[in-house]
Ligand binder design. Structure first.
Ligand code: DP6
Length: 336
């Protein structure tokens, strides 16, 4: 029976950067994010005569996938089967699957499309094999992690972690929910300075993390303090505390990226200009808003309901930028 799932990206407050196993995407440190309610991706998994991946854009037109993208799916499905073997579900996935992706995500603009795609694939796979084996959300998050580390966190709605876990086993890191989407209404107003495809993808980037002299200190700070501070800020809905730890962690990750060999410069002059302007505005207007950037120049402005309208006006006043509005969302689900 074909199985269809829907999922969305997430925005990290504590960033996932660097692995203890690149192939298995076992992270060096824990991370934490808010799952967004849009844009959505839908994926259908079904039996076919041969393995194939088809991808459709928001306007319904088919996107020709690069050979390396198709290879990533093939590799991820093989890893997923390897994990299913450990759960006693040998041969659950045939080699001849047709994967159909329908994405509403603007390509590579700093909205983590891989998080939405691979959480969606994991959920669709869980639906596809459910008569052979029922998976828990934790197990589905492990399937998602094998496709993209950050994808594990989009299995859950609201606020969730990617746990560091332990060991080198395939199931050695998973996602946990801290609070669901009804806990705290936070908006993410996304300001996209340029629609360029990013130069170095995060998969290649993770492998460079440990070449930065600042990476060991980063991992230590997250493990000893930042992850816990972020969890507490969310539990208590303490926006000021969330702002402090999120901005500290974001700037620290970019510092690591920029001091790795070779250096990775994801932020551009526009990013810095927007960040300076929002800092000035929040001081002047006592506005609750925080900024954070992933592996690209896009600025995410996260705010509670009372900041929304001022932050939106600010965003729309940024010349040459595309604005995308999203908020905390419910996570991956099966579409009946
Ligand atoms: C900067 O999950 O995209 O967005 O596992 O190689 O797909 P892969 O990496 P990915 O890395 C996310 C990097 C980040 C931070 C984050 O979302 O935590």
């Amino acid at each position: 029976m074909p199985s269809t799932a829907r999922s969305t990206p997430n925005i990290a407050f504590i960033k996932y950067w660097g692995n203890r196993s690149e192939d298995l995407r076992l992270p060096m440190a824990p991370s934490l994010s808010m799952t967004l309610d849009r844009p959505t991706v839908e994926i259908t998994v079904e039996e076919a005569d041969a393995f194939a991946v088809r991808s459709f854009l928001a306007d319904g037109s088919e996107k020709t996938l690069k050979e390396k993208d198709i290879e990533r799916f093939r590799k991820v499905l093989a890893l997923m089967q390897r994990y299913l073997d450990t759960l006693g579900a040998a041969n659950a996935l045939s080699e001849n699957l047709l994967i159909t992706v329908r994405s509403h995500i603007p390509p590579a603009v700093g909205l983590a499309s891989s998080a939405a795609v691979f959480s969606c694939l994991a959920k669709a796979i869980a639906g596809f094999i459910r008569e052979k084996k029922e998976l828990t959300d934790k197990q589905v998050s492990i399937l998602a992690r094998l496709g993209s580390g950050s994808a594990a966190r989009s299995i859950f709605g609201g606020f969730s972690t990617l746990e560091e876990g332990g060991g080198m086993e395939i199931g050695g890191s998973w996602s946990e929910q801290i609070a669901d989407e009804h806990h705290w209404l936070l908006h993410d107003i996304v300001v996209i300075p340029a629609m360029d495809e990013k130069k170095v993808g995060s998969t290649e980037g993770h492998a460079l993390a440990s070449t930065s002299p600042f990476y060991a200190e980063r991992v230590k700070s997250i493990r000893s303090r930042r992850q816990r501070e972020c969890i507490e800020a969310i539990r208590k809905k303490d926006f000021e505390a969330l702002q402090r730890v999120t901005e500290e962690d974001c700037l620290d990750m970019h510092h690591v990226m920029e001091t790795s060999t070779p250096p990775l410069h994801y932020l551009n002059a526009e990013t810095h200009r927007i960040v300076d302007a929002i800092k000035a505005l929040r001081t002047k207007a006592h506005l609750p808003v925080l900024f954070t950037m992933d592996a690209g120049p896009t600025v995410h402005l996260v705010c509670p309901e009372e900041g929304r309208s001022a932050v939106l006006s600010f965003a729309h006043a940024q010349k040459g930028c595309t604005i995308f509005e999203t908020k905390v969302g419910p996570g991956a689900c099966l579409v009946e």
